[in-house]
Design a protein around this ligand. Structure first.
Ligand code: ZN
Length: 302
């Protein structure tokens, strides 16, 4: 009987779970809807789903990806603006009790970090030992893998590429500082920059028109995406210089436009990174989609 690894990814509207083998062969996926409930009933349903996935034999350990700022030792989410139901809940103890596990058998990690682990194990960065996952969404998230292992740092804040400053004196960022990469190259920023240029507004949640126009013709859309790419290149020049991380995997909705930004990214790297290394960098799209989180969470307990 293969020993199954189980991962849980806690999100805003749903909790995704799944089971796979140590070799990375996916066996099953389940979704638990959050639906405006409180932590108790949601975690009851999650535990029930874990028992279902575990029926064929499992490692009796659980990896859990959680959004927001974590206190790893206490097992608590300190702050998660989009998921108030989980704030202050000792997820480790609550799930361990429901599953009759020792508390140490439930491992928690930030959601961006588990997504990076998932993509490095089975996704767009498969086989690479040093990887930065760059998530281009409402903001820009990041997760850093060094030597094949998650590098979260003492406070778990490593890999926050979105708040690397690339434009001194630039626009104010959600973090309170100015000119962070996120203010220039998130999906939100791309939408704003397109409007500033007088380009037609995009449908909410999509930048499909912009990237399609950039692919079709050498016009203002292509120029804008090249510029956004350059800004991304300036941002990832920092991890390239400091750590020689050469594999960058782009996830999030806006990453669908990666092909239209790649030349810009390499140009930006050429301007800001020393040693001609823009040519040795691998730029790849994330391939696991929303499964990256639970797969990476399962990887935590392998
Ligand atoms: Zn910032």
């Amino acid at each position: 009987v293969p020993e199954l690894l189980i991962g849980v990814d806690v999100g805003g509207t749903a909790v995704k779970l799944g089971a796979l083998t140590r070799e990375g062969s996916v066996r099953d996926e389940v979704v638990v809807e959050v639906g405006g409930r409180s932590a108790g009933p949601i975690l009851d349903d999650v535990a029930e789903a874990v028992r279902g996935l575990a029926a064929d034999g499992w490692s009796r350990a659980l990896g859990v990806g959680l959004p927001g700022l974590l206190d790893r030792a206490a097992g608590v989410v300190l702050a998660s603006p989009n998921l108030p139901w989980i704030e202050g809940v000792d997820v480790r103890a609550e799930l361990a009790r429901r599953l009759d596990l020792a508390r140490e058998r439930v491992v928690i990690e930030n959601d961006a970090n588990v997504a990076a682990l998932g993509e490095q194990w089975l996704g767009g960065a498969r086989g690479a030992q040093d990887v930065l996952l760059v998530t281009l969404g409402t903001g820009i998230g990041g997760g850093l893998i060094l030597d094949g292992r998650l590098f979260a740092g003492d406070g778990g804040m490593a890999g926050e590429i979105g708040h690397v400053k690339v434009e001194p004196g630039g626009r104010r960022c959600g973090c309170g500082r100015h000119g962070c990469l996120e203010t220039l190259a998130s999906a939100t920023a791309a939408r704003r920059r397109a409007l500033e240029r007088g380009l037609p507004p995009e449908k909410p949640g999509s930048l499909r028109r912009l990237s399609a126009a950039a692919r079709a013709a050498d016009g203002p859309e292509r120029a804008l995406l090249h510029e956004i790419g350059r800004d991304l290149g300036h941002g990832i020049a920092a991890p390239l210089m400091l750590l020689d991380v050469r594999t960058y995997v782009f996830g999030g909705g806006f990453s669908a436009a990666l092909d239209t930004m790649e030349a810009g990214i390499r140009a930006g790297l050429g301007e800001w990174a020393y040693g001609g290394r823009e040519s040795v960098v691998t730029l790849a799209g994330a391939t696991l989609g929303p499964a990256a989180g639970w797969i990476g969470a399962a990887r935590l307990v392998r």
